[in-house]
Design a protein around this ligand. Structure first.
Ligand code: PLP
Length: 335
C-alpha cells in the first residue's frame, strides 16, 4: 500500500509561524476535523500536543473522543451534542440554542457575512437573552470568514460585524468569553492579531492559499505521498499500458506499477493530461483503483511532495487533495 509521511519539523515550523503572529501557542486551536485534513487525526493530534498546543477543533464528537486526552479544550463544529466539560459546541441557530440540554458548553456562531451557518447579527440580542435565562455556559463567540484568502472588502465587512458582536456581548455583561473569527487566511492577513484564538487549519498543514503579496508568510507542506513498486515489465515501442490502453510506449522502455490508485483517494484525472509525480515523471495511462504506472523500476516513488502540485493540476484546492486520502493508508512521522 501507499505510504504518507508527515514531516514533524515542517509542521512545527508552520505552527511557530502562527504562534509568532498570534503572540502565543495558547491562541492556536488546531483544526483536526476530517481526519486532520486527511493527514491522520491521531498522528497530528499527538504532534500538536507535543508542540504544546492545548486546543483543537473537530467536526464531530466521535473525533473529539479520539483525541481528548491530549487537549484541554475541544471545539466541536457540528453533529450530536454530548455534554463534556472539555467540549464546546458551535451553535448555529436560535432553534439549536433553545433545544440545548443542560450542562453544555457552547461557542455561539454568528453569521457576519458568509451566509452559511450561525445566527444573524439581528438575532444576537435574543440569543444572549436565551443564554442568560437558560444559564447556558457561553464559552465563546465565533464567526467564520467567507473569503479571507481573497483580496477585497468582504473581509473588512465581516470583521466590522464581528467587532460589533463582541462589543454587544461585553455590554450584555458576559465575562470570560473568548472571541474568534480567524482561520489560517485571516491570521495571515491581519496586520496585528486582534482576537483570542485562530482556528488554524490549512496553514498548519503547510499551505498558503493567499494572494502572492502574502508569499513572505513561508509555510512548509507536512505531507508527502509515496507508493511502492508492485511489478516491472520491459515494453516495446507501440505497446499500450493500462485500461483503455491510453498510454502508447513511444520507445522501448521499462514500466512499473506502483500501489496507489483512486481507491486510496488519489485522483483518477485524465490520462491525456497526466499528473507529473514528484520524482518519477508522468503517470502513464489511466489511474486504476489500486495502481498507477510509471517509467523505470525504482522501489519506491514519491507521488506528490505536498499537495500544491496536485491541487494545481486537478484544478482544485489543497484541502480537497489531502482530505481525499484514505484513513487506512499508513502514516509515518519523519523529521
Ligand atoms: C475548517 C474551518 C476552519 C479552518 O480553516 P482553514 O482555512 O483551513 O484555516 C476554521 N473555522 C471553521 C469554522 C472551519 O470550519
Amino acid at each position: 500500500m501507499a505510504t504518507i509521511t508527515l514531516n514533524r519539523s515542517n509542521y512545527y515550523h508552520n505552527l511557530s509561524q502562527f504562534a509568532l503572529k498570534t503572540g502565543s501557542k495558547d491562541k492556536i486551536a488546531i483544526v483536526l476535523k476530517d481526519n486532520a485534513y486527511g493527514h491522520g487525526i491521531l498522528e497530528m493530534a499527538k504532534l500538536s500536543s507535543e508542540f504544546g498546543l492545548k486546543r483543537a477543533v473537530v467536526r464531530k464528537v466521535s473525533e473529539a473522543k479520539l483525541i481528548d486526552t491530549l487537549f484541554e479544550d475541544i471545539i466541536i463544529l457540528g453533529g450530536e451534542v454530548e455534554p463534556n466539560p472539555k467540549y464546546s459546541y458551535a451553535i448555529n441557530s436560535l432553534e439549536q440554542l433553545k433545544a440545548l440540554p443542560q450542562d453544555v458548553k457552547i461557542e455561539l456562531k454568528i453569521d457576519t457575512g458568509m451566509h452559511r451557518n450561525g445566527i444573524t447579527m439581528g438575532e444576537l440580542d435574543e440569543a444572549l437573552e436565551i443564554i442568560k435565562q437558560k444559564e447556558i455556559n457561553l464559552s465563546g463567540i465565533m464567526s467564520h470568514y467567507a473569503s479571507a484568502d481573497e483580496l477585497g472588502s468582504e473581509y473588512f465587512y465581516q470583521l466590522q460585524n464581528f467587532r460589533a458582536a463582541k462589543a454587544k456581548t461585553l455590554e450584555a455583561g458576559f465575562k470570560n468569553v473568548r472571541f474568534h473569527i480567524d482561520n489560517s487566511a485571516g491570521a495571515i492577513r491581519c496586520s496585528a492579531f486582534e482576537f483570542d484564538l485562530v482556528r488554524l487549519g490549512i496553514g498548519a498543514y503547510g499551505y498558503n492559499h493567499m494572494d502572492d503579496s502574502f508569499d513572505d508568510f513561508a509555510l512548509k507542506p507536512v505531507l508527502n505521498l509515496y507508493a511502492k513498486r508492485v511489478a516491472t515489465r520491459a515494453l516495446e515501442k507501440g505497446q499500450r499500458v493500462g485500461y483503455g490502453g491510453e498510454f502508447v510506449a513511444p520507445k522501448d522502455m521499462l514500466v512499473s506499477t506502483y500501489d496507489v490508485g483512486y481507491g486510496d483517494g488519489w485522483r483518477r484525472g485524465n490520462a491525456l493530461n497526466p499528473f507529473i509525480t514528484a520524482d518519477s515523471g508522468a503517470i502513464l495511462g489511466r489511474v486504476s483503483m489500486d495502481f498507477i504506472s510509471l517509467e523505470g523500476d525504482k522501489e519506491e516513488v514519491c507521488v506528490m511532495e505536498g499537495a500544491m502540485s496536485a491541487a494545481r493540476h486537478f484544478q482544485t484546492i489543497t484541502y480537497e487533495i489531502t482530505c481525499a486520502l484514505h484513513a487506512d493508508i499508513p502514516r509515518k512521522i519523519v523529521d
